[in-house]
Design a protein around this ligand. Structure first.
Ligand code: ZN
Length: 105
């Protein structure tokens, strides 16, 4: 048996795409941020990151979303005007976010 068990160590450098939260400008791996895309149907959440269109990234924290809405950062980033429905949708999505003031034991 001439099987040579050569253990090759392949060093893999994981390429993690970095994205910037439009509210606090913190740069994180893509997976840590939520992507919002503006499509023909209006503003939509894009958990898969695959929806075509102009997207913006935000933390899943109410803080960042509030900032993005109130300071017009999201509209600016998406280069569009957000209508009332878009904002209402955002508020709905925000409700699903974990409570930041939660004390983790
Ligand atoms: Zn942020």
């Amino acid at each position: 048996m001439g099987l040579v068990s050569g253990k090759k160590k392949v060093k893999r450098t994981k390429h993690v795409p970095q994205r910037t939260c439009i509210a606090c400008r913190e740069t994180l791996s893509k997976r840590s941020l939520l992507r919002l895309v503006y499509t023909e149907a209006g503003l939509t959440l894009d958990p898969s990151g695959k929806i075509a269109g102009r997207g913006a990234y935000l933390h899943n924290t109410r803080d960042c979303w509030e900032k993005a809405i109130s300071r017009g950062l999201l509209a600016k980033s998406l280069k569009t005007e957000l209508n009332r429905t878009d904002i209402e949708n955002m508020r709905k999505w925000m409700e699903a976010f974990p409570d930041e003031k939660e004390d983790s034991a």
